[in-house]
Ligand binder design. Structure first.
Ligand SMILES: Cc1cc2nc3c(=O)[nH]c(=O)nc-3n(C[C@H](O)[C@H](O)[C@H](O)COP(=O)(O)O)c2cc1C
Length: 162
């Protein structure tokens, strides 16, 4: 039996907001082949052998059906100058992709040209994550693309490393 859950949503956000993260754009393709992607900071590494990573996707996300149908996705780690990219991929109304901005590696999931680094993954597992689904990816290819500083997210705002 679980213990009492005295967790107010505001406290949950305030506490989790103290955990500084990087910012990524996670991408895939729709069944029609169109690029799909959103800003994600729930990315984390899981396992070195085999090479696994994960991110958590909101069950309310418009891109959920594409990620549910896809057998692959890519994680693009954003640099300090990519705040506008992060905002664009978090904006429900924005046109997120422009044709010359991305390419495809092994799986065909969009790799953003200006990302700091990227991981091209096949879907290894999907797990229940409450109001999110946890997508575990098996890394097929990865590379550092730029030596710039990372974009950091902390307490609901973008930050730079000192
Ligand atoms: C810094 C930042 C981090 C985010 N992290 C996540 C995340 O980990 N998972 C998620 O589902 N949404 C996350 N979001 C919200 C989505 O990017 C946003 O809701 C987006 O519009 C969803 O797109 P979609 O509805 O087309 O799927 C984040 C937004 C920002 C600005």
């Amino acid at each position: 039996m679980n213990g009492p859950e005295n967790v107010a949503p505001g406290d949950f956000r305030a506490v989790l907001g103290r955990f500084a993260t990087g910012v990524t754009v996670v991408t895939t393709r729709s069944p029609e082949g169109d690029p799909v992607g959103l800003t994600v900071n729930s990315f984390t590494s899981v396992s070195l052998d085999p090479p696994l990573i994960l991110f958590c996707l909101d069950l309310e996300a418009g891109s959920l059906p594409a990620f549910e149908a896809a057998s692959c996705f890519a994680v693009n780690i954003l640099g300090t100058d990519q705040e506008a990219v992060s905002n664009r991929f978090a904006d429900p109304l924005a046109a997120r992709f422009s044709a010359n901005e991305f390419t495809g590696w092994s799986t065909g999931a969009p790799i953003l040209a200006d990302a700091l680094a990227a991981l091209d993954c096949t879907v290894h597992a999907r797990h229940d994550g409450g109001d999110h689904v946890i997508l575990v990816g098996r890394v097929q290819r990865l590379a550092v693309l730029d030596d710039a500083e990372p974009l950091v997210y902390w307490r609901g705002s973008y930050r730079k490393l000192c």
